[in-house]
Every structure is written in C-alpha cells, then in structure tokens.
Ligand binder design. Structure first.
Ligand code: 16G
Ligand code: ZN
Length: 540
C-alpha cells in the first residue's frame, strides 16, 4: 500500500519530466536543478528504506558541491557517516530512471529483495547547501521519506561534512559528539583550543614563524555563514578575514576548485604578499591553501601538501609516543609525484594509490591504524583505528617513572594525538576540520606557509580536458590510470611520456562532466604543458 501511495504521489507531485538517464556517480546524482525533482522524491523514499535495512539513521544531502549554481545534486549517507554502499548505487540509479508508473513495482521489488520490514521505524536526516534550488529539492526528498513513514529531521543549510557528522554522531549514541550544530562546533573548537593551549604552555605565546591570521575565500557557499559562526568561537586564537561569503554567485571565479584548476587567486580577494589564504568549495568539504610570494607569484598548497604535513606531524608524535601503529597515506594518480616521493622516501610512510573519488580513498584508508587520505583537489581526512585510539589512551595514562611529568614526552605526545583525533571529522573530508588541523600543525611546528612549502618542491604539471564523442570508450584498468582501450593507445602514451624527463601522464573519463581529463607532469612547466597537449591530441 505504501508503494502504491508513493507511486500516486510521485505521478501527481513529482513526475519525471526529464527523459535522459542520470547515474548515481562518484558524488551522487548531479544535474541541472530542474531535472532533479523526481529523483529527490525517490531518494527520499530510498533513504527511508535504507534506514530500515540498517536499523539506523541515514542522511540525505542536497548539494552539487563546486558545480555552477544552476546545478544541484543529492547523495545518501550511510549510518556511520560514510558514503552509500556501492551496491546500493545501482539500486538508486535504477529507481531514479524509472517511468512514473513503474515506481510501485520497483519499490516492492526492493522491499522483498532486501527483506525490509516496513513496520520497523525509519529515520532520515536532511541537509542542504545554499543554492536557490536546494530548499525545494529538499522538500521533495522530505516528502518521499514521509510517504514511507520515516521520522525526518531537517538540519537546513549545513555543510556536507556536518551532515555526515550528525548521522555518525547520532548513530553512535552521541559518543562521537552531539548530533547538533552546537555539538559539532564544540567538538572541533574545544580540541583546537586545548591543542593550542598545550603548545603555548610549552613554547610561550610566539611560535616561530607562525602567525595566527588567515584570509578565507568561502566560494559564496555554505562555508560563509557556517564559518563565521565557528570563527567567533576561536577569534582569540585565530583571526580570519573573510571574502566571498555569500554576496556573489556561488563558486563563480572563487572556491577551492577554481583556485586549484586555474592556479590563481580567487576574484574579489585582497591580500598582501605572504598572507596565508584558504579556499573552501561550495559545500565545504574541500580546502586548499595558497599565498603570493614576494614576486607576486601565486603558490598553491593543495591536498597533497596537507597530506604530507599531517603525515609528517603524526609520524613525529608516534615516534615520541614510541608505539607501533601502521600509518599510511592514500592518494590518487593526480597526486604530484614529488609529494609521493617525499612521503615514501623522507617520511618513510607507505603510499597507496586508488581510483579517483572519495569513497575509494576512504575505503583504503580504513586498512591502516592511521590512514591519511587526500585528493590533490583538497578533499580528505584522517582515519584512526580502534587500536590507535586505545593505544594512545594507554600512552596518555602511562605513569611509569620514565614518562611521568615529562611534558614533551610520551604522555604529552599521546595527549596531543588524542586531541588531534577529536579535531578530525573522520566521516569525510571537511574544510573546517581540515583548516583547524593545518593551523594546529603549523602552529605546533612554528611554520609560516613558506616553511611548509619548503619541505619539498612540486613537479610542474598540467591538467586539461578534452571533449570527445563518447568518453566511455576509454577504459582505465588500474588506479595509476593505465588504459586498456582503445587498443594501442597506452603504448602511444608510453612512447610519448618516455621522451620527457620525470614525465608522467594519464587520461581518464570524468565521472562528473562529459569530458576526458588529461594529467601530465614533468621536470619543467613547458615540458608538462607539451606532454599534456600531445596526450590530448592522441585522445582526440
Ligand atoms: C567528485 C568526487 C571527488 C573527485 C571528483 C572527480 C566525491 C565526494 N567527490 O567530485 O572526490 O575528485 O568527483 O571528478 O566523491 P571527475 O571524475 O570529474 O574528475
Ligand atoms: Zn564539495
């Protein structure tokens, strides 16, 4: 009966008006906002079913991240704050692309196949970004969940990682934190404050070259209102000068993606040389750092830099704590070759390479006790195993004479590690949490942004996109992005690459745009550019 009621309501209020197939891709459904109403309604229904399958609260986030303002999207969040299990992506795609009169049969099929007891309660959390279309789409999803008798809670305008956090915190019976906006701010800023106070008590108020002030570009997205609230709570510790907080068009000439891809300052931002700057993306799950050097040259510190910074610092804490944990970094083929070399050779930390898309990185990072993952584009976080947390707690309590009252010693390092863990949003990449982490490490190290950059030199690189008739004729066969089809093309690439010093290049079909992406790096910028252009020609 529920399935029939859902079908009727769908036909009446949320009919499918867009003929083309849309896939649940790397980051959920994304499209022009006007194509999405029926999909949102159906995802609301699916979330109510998913919640019953898991016997826990799940989330529905309405956002299209760094895409233009006319786009929108939706993704489902599983109970521990992780992305929807992959087998359900297919279910979601099938459901999204049905005709209106096929809905009830499809729902009944899912209910039977997944053995879902509709008498059980269901609970769904909702969040959305600041797009003009988001509220209406969110309402469509809310209706879907209500038709299937779910308990719904609408958090309104929040960042994507906040909704991940709410879901995880609620399902942990608040052990992970309070599932509220206040609880989220409290968890992160309390950790940030106590870490800073600990360092100040060791070093005094000045910490080397570190200056407690940053410039922040919020991409005119959800980061604006949220970060302003957050920064009030730590304004005595960190001064933040805001730009693009909502007065202009979302993601337009600003934001992490713009800065990373164009390698340039966002528009409407006024800075002085050596100011430490950050950009968030539209839903605040990515962050990049940058500055302008003395010769007014733009210098980017992207996700690879953050991964190296975090890995190096946690490695040093582990060394002081003297405990054996397996620590690793997860990257994609887009990671700058110099960062991989630095992490493996200088930091002596293993690096795993996986396919693009946060879920792949997250999954791999779970194999480590301390798994640090960042995409070059600035999306990433750190995961800690139970064992890591237990051992750190034990080390903090270790009162054996050698360690007792030694501030810089084992117990101090363990305390820092635990405070650090509290500052991390382990559910997914989080601009706010990542910002606090980076600021904490720079402060602890006494580093300016230049000191940070000096740990290694990036290899020059170039990213291009190529429009082709069908991007899916390209078949990628491993995460290092070698291709198997069209036949012979990889051999052509290899021949070309071998002609460049420190050359590396790959192509892959985009999961979010109708293009093929080309990445190339080499020892000089002009070589990297040349290599990219030649590869692009071969693809064309
Ligand atoms: C999505 C992914 C991001 C990835 C990007 C690649 C999530 C939450 N986001 O935005 O991780 O880097 O796609 O886009 O998974 P592309 O396939 O168009 O290159
Ligand atoms: Zn995003």
């Amino acid at each position: 009966a529920l399935a029939l009621a859902a079908e009727r309501k769908g036909k009446d209020d949320h009919p499918r008006t867009y003929g083309k197939e849309i896939d649940y891709g790397t980051a959920g459904f994304r499209s022009k906002a006007e194509h999405l109403d029926h999909i949102l309604y159906r995802m609301g229904i699916l979330a109510a079913l998913r919640s019953r399958v898991k016997g826990a609260t799940v989330g529905v986030m309405i956002t299209a991240s760094h895409n233009p303002v006319a786009d929108n999207g939706v993704k489902l969040i599983d109970p521990q704050g992780e992305m929807l299990e992959m087998s359900w992506e297919t279910i979601a795609t099938d459901l999204a692309n049905l005709n209106d009169n096929e809905l009830s049969a499809a729902l009944i099929h899912i209910i039977e196949k997944e053995n879902i007891d509709l008498a059980k309660p269901a609970s769904v959390f909702f969040g959305r970004d600041t797009r003009p279309s988001s509220e209406q789409l969110s309402n469509a999803a809310l209706e879907g969940s209500r038709v299937f008798n779910a308990d719904v809670k609408d958090f309104g305008i929040v960042t994507t990682p906040m909704l991940h956090y709410f879901v995880a915190a609620h399902n942990s019976n608040n052990e992970y934190g309070d599932p509220t906006v206040t609880g989220y701010f409290f968890k992160l800023t309390t950790a940030f404050r106590s870490f800073r106070e600990e360092i100040i008590s060791e070093k005094g108020p000045e910490s080397g070259n570190y200056q407690p002030a940053i410039v922040a570009d919020m991409a005119n997205g959800v980061g604006g209102p949220i970060m302003k609230q957050m920064s009030e709570l730590i304004k005595d510790l960190l001064t933040i000068e805001f730009f693009n907080t909502g007065e202009g068009e979302l993601n337009h000439e600003s934001g992490a993606d713009y800065v990373k891809v164009r390698q340039t300052l966002p528009k409407r931002v006024r800075i002085k040389s050596k100011d430490r700057c950050v950009s968030f993306d539209g839903d605040a799950d990515r962050i990049v750092y940058y500055y302008q050097d003395q010769s007014v040259k733009f210098r980017l510190l992207d996700g690879d830099r953050i991964a190296s910074l975090v890995a190096g610092y946690l490695r040093s804490l582990l060394d002081i704590m003297g405990i054996e944990l397996n620590i690793g970094v997860v990257q994609t083929a887009y990671a700058n070759g110099a960062s991989t070399k630095y992490i493996t050779e200088v930091l002596q930390i293993p690096v795993a390479c996986v396919y693009t898309g946060v879920k792949h990185l997250h999954h791999k990072a779970q194999e480590f006790d301390i798994g640090i993952y960042f995409e070059a584009n600035g999306h990433g976080t750190v995961l800690f195993s139970k064992k890591a947390k237990v051992l750190a707690k034990a080390a903090r309590e270790d009162k054996s004479s050698a360690h007792y009252r030694l501030n810089g010693g084992k117990r101090g390092a363990a305390r820092k590690m635990l405070t650090f863990i509290d500052m991390v949003n382990e559910t997914t990449g989080d601009s706010i949490s990542d910002l606090l982490i980076v600021e904490t490490i720079l402060h602890a190290r006494g580093w300016s942004v230049e000191d940070w950059e000096n740990s290694y030199a990036d290899l020059p690189n170039r990213l291009l996109k190529v429009t082709v008739k069908d991007r899916n004729v390209i078949k990628v066969i491993d995460p290092e992005c070698h291709i198997s089809e069209p036949e012979g093309l990889q051999e052509d690439f290899d021949r070309l690459i071998s002609m460049f010093t420190q050359g590396r290049a790959f192509v892959r079909p985009s999961g979010t745009e109708d293009v093929v992406r080309v990445y190339a790096e080499a020892n000089t910028q002009s070589s990297a550019d040349k290599l990219a252009v030649h590869i692009a020609k071969l693809v064309h």
